[in-house]
Ligand binder design. Structure first.
Ligand code: AMP
Length: 417
């Protein structure tokens, strides 16, 4: 049996890298006062059809939807925002102090065509700042995303930024764009897409489409006074925070609920699937899910794609250091001592290990070597008869006989714990 198509297992030693990347991406959120939230991996299907939008590819083509034994329609989450928003509304977090700042991390599922960087099961870090429409908050959110990538040591990425307007200006702009697209030579499929969401045609990667879009009207040129002032303030704060960006007036995100500030983090070493994260403001999402009319902004970062970016830049992150101490028993009596010693070391906070099964001297020494331990204790029968074990410093090769009763303390001191 193999893992289902489009999924993969993360095994040691790569899994250490995965954990390090995941934790580095979330550390800036924890430092900025965001609280951790865990929601179910599946939700009522309506959470996504209403929260992500019926017209999106994610909802129309990519969801893992099933009926449970009680006949409910459930869906494995294709992203984390809609579920977080559902929880925010259900638990009336909007009644407390605003903004409510939340983060989560976990599995997401989309039935997509698998390729490098695009999987059917992947992991997202997600954050949301809900209930306050303050441009300084938009800047905070964007800057925290940038911080996570910087903390990983990534440099070959850029922040693409734009404003998608809001209900005061997007409908008028949409009409302009529809009129413009009507005059172009587009195939049926693209026309159908344009009828549902004309903005998405701007993001079409095909050169024959792009060639016709040279002077298409752009949202940023048609912002209302208030959304323009909002966008200007966001950019001012970003400058103050030392964040640089590229204006991306044709940026359209795959999900329907975005308004105003919209952004994507793009890495240059990843080929076609270059987006390592993205997000924006979604002032209509809460209302779409039956909640109060509160604003929100947030982003999702793909942990798997960030891992690929880390590899592409050759960064040494989360390479497992192994254990600090390793005990090699040779003989039954030594075995009891080794198991006990390792237990004591672990209780004292020292990363320690020993050999299991009958590995013999050669196999045991190989295991000790591979463990990465800086200090090893070898306990043979002859040593035991004399009441000692041999403590070896792997960096110098020095070996000393240490009385059995002192092994624990000596090991603990040697590894600096
Ligand atoms: P989205 O929710 O589509 O805006 O995606 C946010 C981020 O999640 C993207 O920038 C990717 O890094 C990651 N992502 C989205 N879909 C996939 C996928 N199928 N496989 C791996 N990563 C993904």
């Amino acid at each position: 049996m193999t893992a289902p198509k489009g999924t993969f297992d993360t095994l040691p030693p790569d899994s250490a890298r995965f954990l390090a990347v995941r934790d580095t991406l979330t550390a800036p959120l924890r430092r900025a006062g965001y609280g951790y939230v865990e929601t179910p991996v599946f939700e009522d299907t309506a959470v996504f059809s209403r929260g992500v939008g019926e017209s999106t590819d994610v909802v129309s083509k990519e969801m893992y939807t099933f009926s449970d034994r009680g006949g409910r329609s459930l869906t494995l989450r294709p992203e984390l925002t809609a579920g977080l928003m559902r929880a925010f509304i259900e638990h009336r977090l909007h009644d407390g102090a605003l903004p409510v700042k939340l983060w989560s991390v976990g599995s997401a599922f989309r039935y997509e065509r698998p390729q490098a960087g695009r999987y059917r099961h992947f992991t997202q870090v997600d954050m949301e700042a809900l209930g306050t429409d303050d441009p300084a908050l938009d800047a905070e959110v964007v800057a925290l995303g940038v911080q996570g990538f910087r903390d990983l040591g990534l440099t070959d990425f850029e922040l693409q930024l734009t404003s998608l307007g809001d209900s005061t200006c997007r409908p008028q702009y949409r009409e302009l764009l529809v009129a413009y697209l009507d005059k172009l030579d587009l195939d049926e499929e693209t026309r159908r897409r344009a009828a549902i969401n004309p903005l998405r045609v701007l993001d079409d990667k095909r050169s024959e489409v792009q060639a016709q879009l040279g002077d298409a009207p752009l949202m940023v040129d048609h912002l209302s006074d208030s959304t323009k002032a909002h966008y200007d303030a966001v950019r001012q704060h970003l400058t103050d925070l030392g964040v640089t960006w590229v204006e991306a007036p044709r940026l359209v995100r795959g999900l329907d609920y975005y308004t105003k500030t919209t952004f994507e983090f793009v890495h240059n070493g990843l080929g076609a699937q270059s987006a390592i994260g993205g997000g924006g403001r979604y002032d209509g999402l809460s209302a779409a899910l039956g909640g109060p009319d509160v604003s929100g902004i947030g982003y999702a970062v793909g942990v798997d794609r960030t891992m690929l970016a880390v590899q592409a830049e050759g960064l040494d992150i989360g390479v497992s250091a192994g254990v600090q101490a390793f005990v090699v028993p040779l003989g039954a009596e030594a075995k009891r001592l080794a198991v006990k010693l390792v237990g004591q070391l672990r209780q004292a906070g020292v990363a320690a290990d020993t050999v299991y099964g009958d590995r013999g001297l050669k196999g045991s020494m190989k295991a000790a070597d591979r463990s990465g331990a800086s200090h090893i204790v070898v306990i043979g029968d002859r040593d035991l008869a004399q009441g000692v074990g041999q403590l070896k410093d792997m960096s110098t090769g020095d070996q000393v006989a240490v009385p059995v009763g002192e092994l624990f303390e000596r090991l603990r001191e040697s590894v600096g714990a």
